[in-house]
Design a protein around this ligand. Structure first.
Ligand SMILES: O=C(O)CCC(=O)C(=O)O
Ligand SMILES: [Fe+2]
Length: 319
């Protein structure tokens, strides 16, 4: 049992109507809370009360259906990008399986292409449900990005990032290890993405390490999403934003399902001038995010954190 004084992840309420149409005071104060959470923990929990219970039930029901398909069908989903496509049955992570869908927007066409791999005659219900869920993750994602850029006074960078970004929406399953048992779901790692927003069914398992070395559980609920910083955003912020180590531990009899949208930025990522000064000298040379992703392809110790080494190495090669 967890003790009541266990450290908690910061939780921030998002009410999209109030944030869009309401007071700028609310937007500004929420933005500052988001920035503080990302600087301290590299993550926070969004409490989103408007979440539709019907969409939640439908999406996680359909995830179960998708993962129950035969292995040869699941393998139809391939990608050249590491971590995208279908993956699973790894010796070091035997309980973990995923489908990483690459898309420019959470549009119906991308979802139709993915759905068509498994249901050649179409599956409108799956396709529309997946699109609605991706849309929601994307809205939450861009609300966070608007807040981060605004809190640093970097509003002009928002649309540049928006234009250059593309996404991997990843549907994940963790097999249940069995009564009274636990086993690793995903090994400890730092994300190679810019930022992600992840929802989950009611099964716990995701743990995040604080800078002090404590591991904190994300406590799932239909109205909760977790925002996690990737190494690319940490570098872009010149190290102001923290990038946390995290892992999934599967326990007990229930399968865990989660769905996250992870963003990537095409072209060169560069620390904004506004974040560099005498007190905060430049820590990360400009880098190509997709080349960085490729550099991390082999996994291993790079999963713990590789951006510092990558920026140094790629500058050495160029000079
Ligand atoms: O399934 C989760 O909750 C976390 C997944 C994760 O850390 C990842 O895909 O990078
Ligand atoms: Fe991760």
């Amino acid at each position: 049992m967890d003790s009541p004084c266990q450290p908690q992840l910061p939780t921030i309420k998002f009410n999209s109507k109030k944030l869009k149409n309401g007071s700028t005071d609310l937007f500004n104060s929420t933005s500052d809370s988001v920035r503080a959470a990302l600087e301290t923990y590299g993550c926070f929990v969004i409490e989103y009360e408007e979440m539709s219970p019907q969409l939640y039930e439908a999406m996680y029901g359909l995830s179960e259906e998708l993962f129950r398909l035969p292995m040869e069908t699941k393998r139809n989903h391939t990608s050249k990008l590491p971590g995208f496509g279908y993956g699973g049955n790894y010796a070091a992570m035997p309980l973990f399986e995923y489908f990483g869908i690459e898309h420019a927007q959470p549009d119906l066409e991308s979802m139709r292409k993915f759905t068509g791999l498994f249901w050649p005659d179409g599956n409108q219900y799956f396709c529309e449900t997946l699109q609605s869920y991706c849309n929601l993750l994307s809205e939450l994602y861009w609300t966070v990005m608007k807040m981060v850029t605004s809190s640093y006074g970097l509003e002009r960078h928002y649309s540049t990032l928006e234009t250059a970004s593309f996404y991997m929406t990843r549907l994940m399953r963790y097999h249940a290890p069995g009564e009274g048992k636990s086993n690793i779901g995903i090994l400890p790692h730092r994300d190679k993405s810019f930022l992600s927003v992840i929802g989950t069914n009611e099964v716990r398992g995701l743990e995040i390490e604080t800078p002090d070395g404590d591991w904190i559980h994300f406590e799932p609920a239909p109205t909760k999403f977790i925002v996690v910083v990737g190494e690319a955003l940490m570098a872009w912020s010149n190290g102001r934003i923290y990038c946390p180590l995290h892992k999934v531990v599967a326990r007990g009899m229930k399968e865990k399902y989660s769905i996250g949208t992870f963003s990537f930025v095409r072209g060169i990522l560069e620390v904004p001038q506004e974040l560099v000064n005498d007190k905060n000298p430049l820590q990360f040379k400009p880098f190509n995010h997709l080349d960085f992703l490729d550099y991390c392809r082999e996994g291993g110790s790079k999963m713990y954190g590789a951006i510092q080494g990558y920026c140094e190495e790629s500058t050495r090669i160029e000079s």
